[in-house]
Ligand binder design. Structure first.
Ligand code: CTP
Ligand code: MG
Length: 521
């Protein structure tokens, strides 16, 4: 009878283990998927401020390593934890059934264990948190080294990057050793406190048996139960400690998810803009106390072109960032067709503006695919048409595989001039109401330069355009030129007007005109 019950128990154990393993893993993976998605969504939808103090490698590590850690603990912790808790309940129940007083004696060791677990738990958690940070630092060093590999090699920085890596790697080892040290103290203490209860059972149980209050068999049963008690208690406590590492990882995940820098997409949706842009007493700073723009007032009537010129660091790109609403003015406001910028839905506003940034970013994929991102769902014909209008169709056709030429990761396979032209084609395909061009000071050959310039003029035709001009020849085509210096407008007017005024613009212009031929020679 007992033998067959035992056999049934075995079969049930096998069945339950199988089912449990499958479902717990499934549950763990779905939690993992959810966490990964939430942290990634947060990163992609965060506003620009969010990225100010973040490192790519660290963010990657949070998505991969920290969520993975949470999953491991969830799976192993749940498996071990549920089983152990059930065993504990069973064992304590059986002990209580045999003798209540002796059970209480055995349970005396529990507060000791809890105390030990609590005391060392905090230290272990701190140490785990450190390991999470060190792992993230390793990914950062690798990420930075690889993405800047040309600079690393050109400046012979291999050894330095290697040293940084070794330092990060050693840091991780140090952090793990610290964890091991506390665990090393922790486990023996746990074991000893559980072994102490056997001593107590022997002493008190032996005494009771000697007095004839209980049978010797009960004492033997208690010793066995106490030994079996230790396993699940250890499991529960070790679950506690893997929970510590999971909490450290969760903290890092929620640091990102709970970051307040969210891109907010509320406000009025604009379908189409006339293109009237107006800066009213706009002040801006990235860092408190260091204004980058000071009381800027500009009125750009629909369909006109203004050129922003000024020394490096004057605040030109910052003005473009404000028009795009990557940031909002700290004081004053920007109006679009008379609507206050901060009241307009960012997404809809950005869909009406084409921004050609100072540095072109290309995604892995072909030239064709890279242009198409400006207008999802557009056809090859549309792209070709746009390139024809811009006068760059033949140029693209002459690339090794024409429109199918791969751009490589971050556009690594293309030249600066080629990237610029793709960027302009993108802007044109979007068919925007407003164009912002942060034209980079790149030394393309004169033929490409005139191609670029021609394309830029085509793009600006009939649209409100803000062109940040580094090559001042293009300012000739602007309706108005605004000279920025140290965040302030110091001069403005038409091209001829400013030249005859012989002020700051004239100075900038003539210095470029005289230097340029020398450079070309
Ligand atoms: N700046 C900053 N934090 C940023 C970007 C810029 O503190 N995230 C500072 C720069 O150090 C600079 C000032 O803001 O002093 C203006 O920067 P920017 O508008 O980018 O200058 P540009 O006029 O665009 O300079 P360049 O001609 O070199 O592109
Ligand atoms: Mg700039």
């Amino acid at each position: 009878m007992i033998a067959s019950l035992y056999l049934i128990a075995l079969v049930l154990q096998w069945l339950f283990t199988t089912v449990q393993t499958y479902y717990v893993e499934k549950f763990g993976q779905s939690v993992l998927e959810e966490l990964r998605a939430r942290i990634h969504k947060k990163i992609i939808t965060a506003n620009i401020d969010f990225f100010k103090d973040k490192k790519t490698g660290d963010l990657v590590s949070r998505i991969i390593n920290d969520t993975g850690m949470v999953n491991d603990v969830l799976v192993s912790g749940l498996l071990g934890g549920i089983g152990s808790t059930l065993s504990l309940v069973g064992i304590i129940g059986a002990m209580l059934y045999l003798d209540v007083k002796l059970t209480l004696v055995v349970l005396l060791s529990v507060p000791v264990m809890v105390f030990v677990a609590k005391h060392f738990g905090g230290k272990i958690r701190t140490a785990y948190r450190q390991t999470r940070r060190e792992i993230a630092r390793i990914s950062s060093v690798v990420e930075e080294g690889v993405s800047g590999i040309e600079t690393v090699k050109a400046f012979g920085q291999e050894r330095k990057v290697e040293e940084e890596f070794e330092e990060a790697s050693k840091g991780a080892v140090r952090a793990y050793i610290k964890v091991a040290f506390y665990m090393g103290l922790f486990w023996p203490l746990m074991n000893i406190s559980s072994l102490l209860s056997i001593v107590l059972v022997l002493a008190y149980g032996g005494y009771l048996a000697y007095m004839g209050a209980i049978s010797v068999g009960t004492v033997v049963a208690f010793i066995q139960y106490t030994q079996r008690f230790r396993g699940p208690i250890n499991e529960v406590v070790s679950m506690y400690d893997s929970l510590q590492s999971a909490l450290a990882a969760l903290e890092r995940i929620y640091e990102v998810i709970d970051d307040p820098n969210m891109e907010v997409f509320d406000g009025i949706r604009v379908e189409k803009l006339e293109g009237h842009v107006r800066f009213e007493n706009v002040w801006f700073w990235y860092e408190e106390g260091k204004p980058v723009l000071r009381n800027i007032n500009i009125d750009i009537p629909p369909g006109t072109t203004i050129a922003l010129v000024g020394k490096t660091g004057a605040g030109k790109t910052t003005m473009a960032n404000l028009i795009m609403r990557f940031y909002d003015p700290k004081r004053g406001r920007i109006l679009y067709d008379g609507l206050i910028g901060t009241g307009i839905n960012k997404e809809s506003l950005r869909s009406r503006i084409s921004y050609v940034p100072q540095e072109t970013y290309l995604f892995p994929g072909s030239v064709m695919e890279n242009i198409k991102i400006a207008k999802p769902g557009s056809t090859d014909e549309e792209v070709v048409n746009v390139c024809r209008q811009l006068g760059i169709h033949e140029f693209i056709e002459r690339l090794p595989k024409g429109y199918d030429t791969p751009a490589g990761e971050a556009g690594k396979l293309l030249s600066v001039g080629e990237k610029q032209l793709i960027s302009i084609a993108r802007a044109m395909l979007k068919n925007p109401d407003i164009v912002i061009l942060d034209e980079a000071l790149s030394s393309v050959d004169p033929k490409t330069e005139s191609l670029v310039q021609h394309a830029i003029l085509k793009l600006m035709e009939g649209r409100t355009s803000i062109i940040i001009a580094h090559r001042l020849t293009i300012t000739r085509h602007a309706d108005r030129i605004i000279v920025i210096d140290n965040g302030k407008i110091i001069e403005e007017g038409g091209f001829k007007d400013l030249l005859t005024r012989r002020g700051k613009f004239h100075e900038l212009y003539s210095s470029q005109m005289t230097v340029k031929p020398m450079v070309e020679r």
